[in-house]
Design a protein around this ligand. Structure first.
Ligand SMILES: NC(=O)c1ccc[n+]([C@@H]2O[C@H](COP(=O)([O-])OP(=O)(O)OC[C@H]3O[C@@H](n4cnc5c(N)ncnc54)[C@H](O)[C@@H]3O)[C@@H](O)[C@H]2O)c1
Length: 441
């Protein structure tokens, strides 16, 4: 079913210290301005497709999100066809195509013949060779390696969040973003809240001073547990971990990275992607103590501190039968805001709430923006996906070690979670981290 391959070489370290581009407040703005200027001066995307050209879309990672995202990509542009899919598992690839074929809105543009249903660890290469536009929704552990291959081949990519599970992976994706920018490609991130119009208006108001100077933030992602697919007797350890990827550090980066990243991304967005100076966190396993839950925690609490004194208090947990809360609060000198509710109130009683002006499906919005940018020949690279991923990893590093970790330490961490060999056999598992004993690497 598959070919063995060597360890993904995501972000192999040169041993040099990486200076954080995110420490400079204007890095992302200047990158965006550069891209806009490149377009304005006629330096157009080399892979630019005219409106009438059929764009060949391919899907890598055919699970729930990938199947949904492929559909959204097709809905975003009538001149698209899904022509290839890739997954490590044949059943996932088949089921995804089957589901998409039953959707009347897009069924006639799902044209994946048997020769273009790639299976195994090298399956992604078949999709990259065949397609113009890649929808990438594997577990995050494979993101750096696959994304690099996509941009080196000159392909536009929609890539799910988070973009890595460790610092070598983040550094690799930063390099891939630079390659994409140089080639005039589009790399759009699955950090979908950034594409929700209601959040865009709310956060624009906060950045324009609606609550005065921001002094503190609080973000919470407290939910119940997620799925677990059990273990079949014929599965190898690799198959077991891949089928249950949420629970293994090398595949998901822990749930703070896999899920809470959405909350942390909203905080980073409000603060114009300015990197926090450091984070102090705690965490552990209170409910999910069974070995079937691999080597991740089930709760984290952390405090991020910025150089200007702003703090963000964050909490996430995946606990059954407990109170749930997904919210993000911003406290300023003049008022308070709840981003998730699109609500702002000043201390003297003036209220604002976003009023819907039409459809605002963030998942569809991001693909509409993605395909529109490709058609216009705009180089659009959502580089904040790197800093938001690193923010999640920073908090995890602090919780795992019990130490305060700085942004620069996190960015330069040498801990590479990817197993040395990716094949269908055994997979060694890192021990469950113990604060005070687990070393920062
Ligand atoms: N933006 C959002 O709101 C949102 C929502 C859900 C999931 N996600 C993200 O999407 C990604 C996928 O999540 P999901 O819920 O679809 O998981 P899933 O398990 O349903 O799908 C993942 C698929 O990737 C396949 N896969 C694993 N390794 C692969 C490899 N090396 N090459 C090719 N295919 C591989 C799996 O077999 C599976 O079919 C994750 O990064 C997740 O965090 C984002």
């Amino acid at each position: 079913m598959s070919t063995s391959s060597t360890t993904p070489q995501a972000g192999e370290s040169s041993g040099e210290t990486v200076q954080s581009p995110f420490s400079r407040r204007d890095f992302l703005r200047s990158a965006a301005a550069g891209a806009a200027a490149a377009t304005a001066f006629g330096i157009l995307n080399p892979a630019r497709a005219q409106g009438g050209d059929v764009l060949r879309v391919g899907l890598i990672g055919c699970g729930g999100r990938g199947t949904g995202a492929a559909r959204e990509a097709l809905l975003a542009d009538p001149n698209t066809q899904l022509v290839a899919v890739a997954d490590v598992f044949a059943d996932m690839a088949e089921n995804s195509v089957k589901r998409l074929k039953t959707d009347r809105k897009i069924a006639d543009r799902v044209v994946v013949d048997d020769g273009h249903r790639f299976v195994g660890f090298d399956a992604y290469k078949g999709v990259i060779e065949t397609c113009d536009v890649i929808v990438h929704a594997t577990p995050p552990g494979f993101r750096p390696q696959h994304l690099r291959a996509c941009v080196e081949a000159g392909k536009h990519v929609f890539t799910e969040k988070p973009v890595a599970v460790d610092a070598p992976g983040v550094r690799s994706v930063m390099e891939s973003c630079a390659i994409a920018r140089d080639k005039g490609l589009c790399v759009v991130s699955g950090l979908c809240y950034r594409y929700e119009f209601a959040k865009q208006e709310t956060i624009q108001r906060l950045q324009d001073g609606a609550v005065g100077d921001i002094v503190a933030l609080q973000t919470t992602y407290n939910t119940g547990g997620l799925w677990h697919k059990g273990r079949e007797p014929e599965w190898t350890e690799m198959e077991y971990q891949l089928r249950n990827w949420l629970y293994f550090d090398w595949l998901s980066g822990d749930h703070i990275n896999e899920q809470h990243i959405h909350s942390l991304d909203k905080i980073m967005w409000v603060l114009r992607d300015l990197a926090p100076a450091k984070c102090t966190a705690s965490g552990g396993r209170a409910q999910r103590t069974d070995p079937k839950y691999g080597n991740i925690y089930d709760h984290f609490n952390g405090v991020y501190e910025w150089a200007n004194g702003v703090r963000c208090f964050n909490s996430c947990r995946q606990w059954e039968s407990t109170s749930t809360d997904v919210s993000d609060w911003v406290f300023g000198t003049k008022g308070v805001a709840n981003i998730q509710d699109h609500y702002i109130r000043t201390y003297d009683g003036v209220e604002w709430r976003h009023e819907s002006k039409g459809p605002d499906n963030m998942y569809q919005n991001e693909h509409n923006a993605f395909l529109a940018a490709i058609r216009k020949g705009e180089a659009r690279v959502d580089e904040y996906m790197c800093s938001s991923t690193l923010a999640a990893i920073l908090c995890r590093m602090s919780a795992y070690t019990g130490k305060t970790i700085t942004w620069e330490q996190a960015l330069n961490s040498q801990l590479d979670l990817t197993p040395k060999t990716i094949d269908w056999g055994d997979v060694p598992m890192n021990p469950l981290p113990v604060p005070g004993q687990t070393e920062f690497v």
